[in-house]
Design a protein around this ligand. Sequence first.
Ligand code: ADP
Ligand code: ADP
Ligand code: MG
Length: 691
Amino acid sequence: MFTKILIANRGEIACRVAATARRLGVKTVAVYSEADANAKHVAVCDEAVLIGPAAAKESYLCGDKIIAVALASGAQAIHPGYGFLSENADFADACAAAGLVFIGPPASAMRAMGSKSAAKSLMEKAKVPLVPGYHGDNQDADFLHTQADKIGYPVLLKASAGGGGKGMRVIEGSAEFKAALASCKREAISSFGDDKVLAEKYLQRPRHIEIQVFADTLGNCIYLFERDCSVQRRHQKVLEEAPAPNMPAERRAAMGEAAVAAAKAVGYVGAGTVEFIANQDGTFYFMEMNTRLQVEHPVTEMITGTDLVEWQLRVAAGEPLPKRQDELAINGHAIEARIYAENPEKGFLPSIGTLRHLQTPQAVVFELGGTPAHGAGLGVPAGVRIDSGVREGDAISPFYDPMIAKLIVWGADRKQALARMAQALAQYQIVGLASNIAFLKRLVEGQAFSTADLDTGLIERNQAELFPAAQAAPAAALALAAVALIEAEKEVSAAQSGANRADPWGQALGWRMNNPYTRTLSFGDEYAAALPAKAYAVKLTYRASDWLLDLPGNPEHAPCVVNLMAQDGNDFSIKVGERAVHGTVRRDGELLHVFTGGAHYPLVYHDPMAHAGETEAEGGRLTAPMPGKVVAVLAAKGQEVKKGDALVIMEAMKMEHTIAAPHDGLVEEVLYNVGDQVADGAPLLAFKAAA
Ligand code: ADP
Ligand code: ADP
Ligand code: MG
C-alpha cells in the first residue's frame, strides 16, 4: 500500500478520498486554488499546496503543476476523483512517465471509452447490446440526415466526446435535423473541442441503469450490482438508488455480465461504470462507460458494505480485488440525493453565496467500510451518510460545481430508505443561498418516485406535483417568526439599557402604563419577485406573560394566545392556541428563515428601521424613519454614547422604533422633546462619530 497520495481534486470527493486514506494510514496531499485557500479539503488533508488561481484551467486542470507537487511532496500516487483530470488519458500517461501511479484505469482503456462512438464500435465486437443508431466516422450532414431518417424519430444526437449531459439534441422529426445537427456540433466543439457526433434512437420512457464494475491488475473483473439513476434534470442525475427497483435476478446477472464483458474488452483496471439505457420491458443497451469513480458510488457502498475508494487504492497498489463475485450480496436499499446550490423554481439555475447557516441531519451514523448502523435511537435518522466538501461559513463560488453535499440513506428496504430520506431532508437547513432541498423532498415523497414509477422523464412528467403553486406561509411559521423577533428585541434592549435596566423606555418589552400595547409586524415572502407577492400583517398584543397574535392563515380567524415554552438559541418551542409548534428561526439581514414541520419559509421582515441608519451614518444626523411621535428621549446634549445605544424612541405606524447610535460618538444636539410630532426624514439629533 502507498504511504502518501496526492488528491487532484476538491470539494466533496477530495474529502471523501482523504477519509479513506486516513483510515488506512495513508498520508494525503491536497492541492488547491486561490479560491479554495480555506476549503474543507485543504483542512482534512495532511499537507496542502497552492497550485494557481481560481479558474480550473489554471489550477485543478494543470496536470504538470500537480505532478510537480506530487513529486516534491514524496507522494507515490495521484487520485483524480471525478471531473477535472479523471478521464484525461494524457494526464494518466504523464503520471506514469513521472514515475507516479495514476489511481484509475490504464490510459489505453480511457482512450477506448473516451469517445462514445469508438466505444460503441468496440462494444459491438464484444457483443454488448447497443441502441440502434449510427456511430461511424462519416460526419457529412446529408449522410447523417439519411441515417437519422433510417433510425426513425425521435432521434438523439450526441457529441461523441460529450459528458455531463452536454452536447445532446433530441430531434422529433426530419425537418428539424439540419438545425439540430449544426447546434449540436457548435456545442460539441466549444465544450469538448471535438465536433464528432453520433445518432441513436431516442428511447421512450427509458430508465438509466448502470453497473459498477471493478477489475484488478491480476485479471479479475467483477460487478457490484446496479444503480438506478433515472431521476434526472437536463440529462443529469438528481437521485440515485441501489438496487434498481423491480430488477429480476436474471436481468441483474445479464447486465452485470455485459458490463464485465465491456470492461474486459478494453483491458480495464480499477473502478468503472457501464451505463445502460433500459426500456420499461427490461431490454437494455450500452450507452457509455465512465472510466472513473462515479458521483453516486456511495449507494453501492451502502448496499455491499464496501469502501470503493479503499478498493481503488488497493488495486492501484497491485493488490487483488478484496472480494470475489460470489462473496458479494445486496444488503438493503440505499438512495442518494444531490444537494445543489440551485433554484429549481427558476429552471435549476445555480445559486452562489455563502452557507451562512448549515444544519445537517442529526446523528449521521455510517462508517465507511463498516456495516450500516440500524435504529440508532428514537428520532435519529439511522443509516444516514453525508459526503460534503463544505462547512458552515464556506462559499459556493461560481468557479466550480454547485454541489453542496450528497445525502445518502440506507434502509432495510426501499420503503425504509425513502422514509429516512424524507426525514433527513426535513432536518437539512441551509441559509445563505438557494438550494434544491425542498424540491428533493417533494420528489422523494411524490407519487412517481415513491412507487418506483421510474423513467428519465419523471421530473418533466410531474411538473404539477413537483412545482406546486406558492403556498402562503402557515400561521405556525408566522408565529415562530414573530416570537423570534420579539425575543431578539428583548435581548437587544437588555443589552442597550445596560445598568439602566429598570428604565422601561430602554426596553422593548411592550411595557405600557395603561392599555396593552399593540403593534403590527409585517412580513413578506422572500420570493416575492418570482411569485405573486404575499404580505402578512401579524397583529401583536403584549400581555403580562404571553402574547395575543392575530395570524393570517390561522384557521380560527381570531387572535390566539401565544406562549414561549422553551428557547435554545435559534430553536423555539411555542404554543399557538392549543397547538405546540417547534421550529428554528435564523435571521440573515432582513430575512427570517423559519424551519418548521420539515419545511423552510424564508420571510422578509419589513423592518421600517432597517434602512434608517444608512443615511444617518453618512450625514452625522439621525433622522426619523417615517412621520411619527417622539415617545422617549434617552440621550442628552453633550453625552458620549456607544454604538447601538438607544437615543430616541418614536412611535409610527403603530410600531415603536428605537433610533440607536450608529457608531460610538457624541450627541451634539437633541432637536425634539417627548410628545413632539416629527415629519418623515426630519433630523432628530446631531451626532458626531468618534474618530
Ligand atoms: P456521474 O456521471 O459520475 O454521475 P455527473 O454526470 O453528474 O456525474 O457529472 C458530470 C461531470 O461533472 C462528470 O465528469 C463528473 O466527474 C463531474 N463532476 C460532478 N460533480 C463534481 C464535483 N463535485 N466536483 C468535480 N467534478 C464533478
Ligand atoms: P453523458 O456523457 O452526458 O452522461 P450519456 O450518454 O450517459 O451522456 O447520456 C446521458 C443521459 O441522456 C442518460 O442518462 C439518459 O437520460 C439520456 N439518454 C442517453 N441516450 C439516450 C437514448 N438513446 N434514449 C433516451 N435517452 C437517452
Ligand atoms: Mg452518462
